[in-house]
Ligand binder design. Structure first.
Ligand code: UT7
Length: 328
């Protein structure tokens, strides 16, 4: 059977860094609280000029194409996941097409599934590849969350950062045991704990304090409870559905939202924490970019070997949550 194998990875994080001490100048917080409750020490922040979701997506894609060593004209599909695109159109994927030098025979579209956006984009690209409609795809997560956070809300603004990551998938003949396996779930009724309106809703000018209404709202404790209940369950459901033993998995590549969430999940699944690679201290939560940025770091550090078994999982606004099992 055919599956998309990751043959290249690249990421981009904007150079401006905001530390916990920098945040303490803006809201009433401190490094000790943020570190203890989240594991975050610093986050990268886009300047909105050189670095926006579109330009960061292009930079990550270029790095991944170079890493894969492919001819850009081979690329026949680009899917970008973003909750925070700076452009309504052209789509970020079309910006990437131009930046990497892909041909016009390349399908381009964007998806939004909040933080699990990379999982949605990855599974969509795998669908194209498995059905014979793509041989070489770029899958990207690109986000500028710092545009949307409420900088007066210390419970949320400390969590988020900006960045982009990209994986190059190539159609490869594999044994059935190496196929891409996944479960994706969603719940509007449970989504009230995490909500964000688009920046440019027409009614914004009629409302007093309109800027406030366009910012992200998050009931952190509710999100935390949802995640530490649903994500371990999802991973168990995935292993039961596709018949793999979670103890045989080499890496749990999880959305980097909070170190305590990862620790609680590892504990519930009875998997050693060492199997959960981390970027959280340096990136904070970069939504759909967090998994490809983490995969890129793992590759650079020599942690990824051909044949490694990987579970990736993410959760976020919607609510939406998903998990994949694949062989690297
Ligand atoms: O991609 C998915 C996106 N979202 C998430 O993953 C969020 C999941 N939730 C979380 O990560 C955690 O709930 C937070 C890190 C957001 C908050 O941690 P917590 O342990 O749930 O704290 P809390 O909201 O229960 O607040 C505890 C206390 C409160 O003070 P009181 O009421 O006990 O006096 C807060 O006002 O900590 C206070 N607090 C802060 N103190 C210093 C809240 N934020 C801060 C802060 N600095 N930044």
């Amino acid at each position: 059977m055919i599956t998309g194998k990751i043959v290249g990875l690249g990421s981009y994080l904007p150079p401006k860094i905001m530390t916990n001490d920098d945040l303490a100048q803006i809201v009433e917080t401190n490094d000790e609280w943020i570190t203890e409750r989240t594991g975050i020490k610093r986050r990268h922040v886009a300047d909105g000029i050189e670095d926006k979701s579109s330009t960061m997506a292009c930079k990550a894609a270029k790095a991944a194409v170079e890493d894969a060593g492919i001819d850009p004209t081979e690329i026949d599909l680009i899917v970008v996941a973003s909750t925070t695109p700076d452009l309504v159109f052209p789509e970020l994927s079309v910006c990437v097409q131009g930046a990497v030098g892909a041909s016009e025979n390349c399908a381009c579209f964007d998806v939004n599934s909040a933080c699990p956006g990379f999982i949605a984009a990855y599974n969509t690209a795998q669908g194209f590849i498995e059905s014979g409609n793509s041989k070489c795809a770029l899958v990207i997560g690109a986000e500028c969350l710092t545009n949307y956070v409420d900088w007066e809300d210390r419970g949320t603004c400390i969590l988020f950062g900006d960045g982009a990551g990209c994986a190059v998938l190539k159609a490869t003949e594999v044994d059935a045991s190496e196929k891409n396996s996944f479960i994706m779930r969603s719940s509007l009724s449970r989504g009230t704990c995490l909500h964000c309106e688009n920046m440019k809703q027409p009614k914004r000018f009629e409302e007093e304090g309109f800027l406030k209404s366009t910012n992200m709202f998050m009931a952190g404790r509710d999100v935390f409870r949802f995640v530490v209940t649903e994500i371990p369950q999802l991973v168990e459901d995935l292993s039961n559905k596709y018949g793999f033993d979670i103890n045989d998995v080499d890496h749990f590549v999880f959305h980097q939202a909070n170190l305590r969430i990862i620790e609680a999940t590892a504990k519930k699944l009875q998997i050693p924490l060492e199997k959960f690679p981390l970027t959280i201290a340096d990136t904070g939560n970069i939504s759909s970019a967090s998994i490809p940025v983490l995969l890129t770091q793992m590759k650079k550090e020599g942690q990824l070997k051909k044949g490694d078994k990987i579970v990736m999982s993410s959760f976020g606004g919607g609510l939406t949550w998903g998990a994949n099992y694949f062989v690297f």
